[in-house]
Design a binder for this molecule. Sequence first.
Ligand SMILES: Nc1ncnc2c1ncn2[C@@H]1O[C@H](COP(=O)(O)OP(=O)(O)OP(=O)(O)O)[C@@H](O)[C@H]1O
Ligand SMILES: Nc1ccn([C@@H]2O[C@H](COP(=O)(O)O)[C@@H](O)[C@H]2O)c(=O)n1
Length: 241
Amino acid sequence: MSASVETAASVARTAPAAVIVAIDGPSGTGKSSTSKAVASHLGLSYLDTGAQYRAMTWWMINNGIDVSDAVAVADAAGKPVIVSGTDPAAPTITVDGEDASGPIRTQDVTAKVSAVSAVPEVRSVVTALQRAVAAAAEGGIVVEGRDIGTTVLPDADVKIFLTASPEARAARRSGELKGQEAVDVSVTREALIRRDAADSSRKTSPLAKAADAVEVDTTELTLQQVVECVVTLVEEKRAVR
Ligand SMILES: Nc1ncnc2c1ncn2[C@@H]1O[C@H](COP(=O)(O)OP(=O)(O)OP(=O)(O)O)[C@@H](O)[C@H]1O
Ligand SMILES: Nc1ccn([C@@H]2O[C@H](COP(=O)(O)O)[C@@H](O)[C@H]2O)c(=O)n1
């Protein structure tokens, strides 16, 4: 056996197989924080699918599309060019070449994103993007969202569904917003509940736990504990593959 073949064989023996991890759940349950930390820890890529729906919404607003008009939104869904960077240490998102990472987090976009993401033509465009990004991630990827385990990547190796009480989620979000915008916990709580209700009740690919997902209630857990839990589940899965 030649030296180069030996090297390739030993790499195949030692390098962990690419793994696809789907992390879903309602707003503010810790999907982004957990997914980025898990991906960094395991050397995987990372995709924030909520950011893609936010980017689509931001484009609609900027282009004068009435987001309550599902026909207008559907007609425009194929127009924006959305590109996601998948480094968990520095995820990026651009729309038509413009950095959208700041503007997609405004309250205006947050209030309108559920209407846009409910439109089937939007979901079809964004789902295709997500599958392309996952397929290109040769070393494996953590993809977070609302329908990753059920629809986007139903064959994911590990599926996690994060939950937390509305009170815990509102407290986390209000802490985040302090000094910028509204900090009233009850207003934040109502907004989270409203967005979850819209995302769970839409016809196409609603927010839902996949039948084979592991549910992790993060209400009483620190972020570090949630990350450890998910890393353990991924490592267990890798060990038996
Ligand atoms: N287990 C935890 N304990 C305490 N705070 C947490 C925990 N997990 C996440 N957080 C904090 O809660 C806030 C929301 O977390 P994150 O953005 O990760 O949630 P998310 O599920 O991705 O939300 P969204 O769906 O709205 O984007 C952040 O400030 C984060 O630091
Ligand atoms: N897989 C997904 C991910 C997100 N959405 C929609 O985007 C909104 C914003 O998501 P964040 O995670 O950034 O808060 C969310 O409320 C959903 O409307 C989705 O539909 N599917």
